[in-house]
Design a protein around this ligand. Sequence first.
Ligand code: SAH
Ligand code: SF4
Length: 413
Amino acid sequence: MQIPGHIDPVVTHRSITPRGDGRIDLMGLNHLQIRQLFEESQLDAKAAKLRSKQVFHWIYHRGVTSFEVMTDIAKTMRPWLADRFVIGRPEVVEAQVSTDGTRKWLLRTDDAQDYEMVFIPDADRGTLCISSQVGCTLNCRFCHTGTMRLVRNLTPGEIVGQVMLARDALGEWPKGNMASVADDDEDDDDVGHYTADGRMLTNIVLMGMGEPLYNFDNVRDAMKIVMHGDGLGLSRRRITLSTSGVVPMMARAGEEINVNLAVSLHAVTKEIRDEIVPINRKYGIDELLRACAEYPGVSNARRITFEYVMLKDKNDSDDDAHELVSLIRQYKLPAKVNLIPFNPWPGAIYECSDPERIKRFSNIIFEAGISAPIRTPRGRDIMAACGQLKSSSEKKSRAELDRLAEEKQAALG
Ligand code: SAH
Ligand code: SF4
């Protein structure tokens, strides 16, 4: 089957994170890219292959940021590496911890763009919510990120860098002696080795700023490193990519990234979804649900999550709940529904549904045999909840929000 092609609206030709000092940041590069850089720096092919393998392991598996500690690399070689390369991390502008343990980081790229990530600890897991873009080209009317212009796609280094930084902050790099690095082929080992194994950071969700399927290549390349057994070693079953419904990229996401899929559905009629998730005017509900049914690997063991933000008198009636059940049945989707209480932000035009309404909505779906838990808002005291990221940005007037919505809609075509 032909898998639809590339439609990232903002093309970034760079996979390397830009830097001012002339050295190259290896963060976000895979074995092959590191090997090519070493060859371009005049290492012979055999040495470049071995060294890239070692360096990859040190960077992503061990979390080191200095070549000096790479004990299986000759002492004379380490300054050679340090003169040419760095192992970067996103700059932290602000780190906050909520009373409920949720952590939020405001991060800055080398070209001074701000983006955020959030860590949410639970009893049995710890979920890191990462960003894929600075801003978003889409304009979901309940989402704060949607009120920002897209500044740019994040590079693979800036995406993987978020996970690296979280592991730094949580102190979760393996300690002790390193197992020797086998000199085998690159692509044979991309199965995660870690499960929970006592770590706090067990899961990743691409639910921060941005639409991951509009930055497909960089998100894919970053996740490959996160999943690589010699990299961060996180199983694909512990990673969830959330999309607003970029239908032409969903099959590719399944084939090439193959992580869990979450879909921001939020409404069951064309009229309401057109209003609150405007990409619906381009790819409608039927098309979207068909793409969900065809998502590679979807099964009862690997269900699709439908995210549904609860907006008072907008999408929260009993009829909406019944229609949601019938759509899931019509497309025979192994699915669960995540009900998200709306988090208001300055200037937002919606209100959150009442708790009793949300409960009733949830019950209708549960009674039909479909799981529909209500997500508890976390980190409210530090503005870490969904859709509130980059809370430092200014409040826009209603007229400005409307104009922005029109501009973004026109750009979408
Ligand atoms: N662009 C992707 C991923 C980022 S948004 C997407 O839209 O799926 C991640 C989730 O946060 C989405 O389900 C989104 O609808 C939800 N969200 C955004 N703003 C919110 C808000 N103010 N309150 C509650 N959920 C919100
Ligand atoms: Fe973009 Fe997702 Fe926010 Fe919609 S909900 S504006 S797609 S980040």
